[in-house]
Design a protein around this ligand. Structure first.
Ligand code: SME
Length: 152
């Protein structure tokens, strides 16, 4: 499916006020994983209270041991401090990387900002080498902005 075609679906999921925020976020994960062939693990991490660490939120894909990630560690922890998108075409080329599954070849992490603060991120792992383009970044920025309006 074309990434652009998923935008209305994401908006519609996030506006389902009969569902909790976590239920809506899980549906977003499920929709992304089901519709985009190279999105194989899709999840959210959020800042854990006032601690300098991320806590795993809703996700789909293989369970991970990394439910808490200190700021600065791994791709996710680096995005927590850089406030910038991180696209990794080849995870084996990264020194500061936390492996969740040996099948993962590439990763993309996009931060979520609420009132200018980096409060979390969407994290996507792919079993396909070098699959992410600028279109993925732009689409996932849209998803993160839409999620941010729920959390504001
Ligand atoms: N690979 C991530 C850890 C989270 S898992 O991909 C679910 C990282 O290096 O931060």
């Amino acid at each position: 499916m074309d990434l652009h075609d998923l935008r209305p679906e994401i908006k519609s999921i996030l506006s389902q006020e009969n569902l909790s925020v976590d239920e809506r976020l899980l549906k977003v994960c499920e929709t992304l994983e089901a519709n985009i062939s190279y999105y194989n693990w899709v999840g959210f991490y959020f800042k854990n209270g006032d601690k300098d660490e991320l806590k795993l939120g809703p996700y789909v894909g293989e369970p991970t041991d990394h439910t808490i990630i200190p700021f600065g560690k791994g791709i996710c922890g680096q995005v927590a401090v850089s406030n910038e998108n991180f696209v990794v075409p080849d995870v084996s080329a990264q020194d500061n990387y936390i492996a969740c599954s040996i099948t993962v070849k590439a990763e993309i992490v996009i931060p979520i900002f609420v009132n200018g603060n980096n409060i979390g991120q969407i994290d996507i792992d792919s079993n396909t080498p070098d699959p992410f383009t600028k279109a993925d970044e732009q689409f996932l920025e849209f998803v993160c902005e839409a999620v941010a309006t729920l959390l504001a």
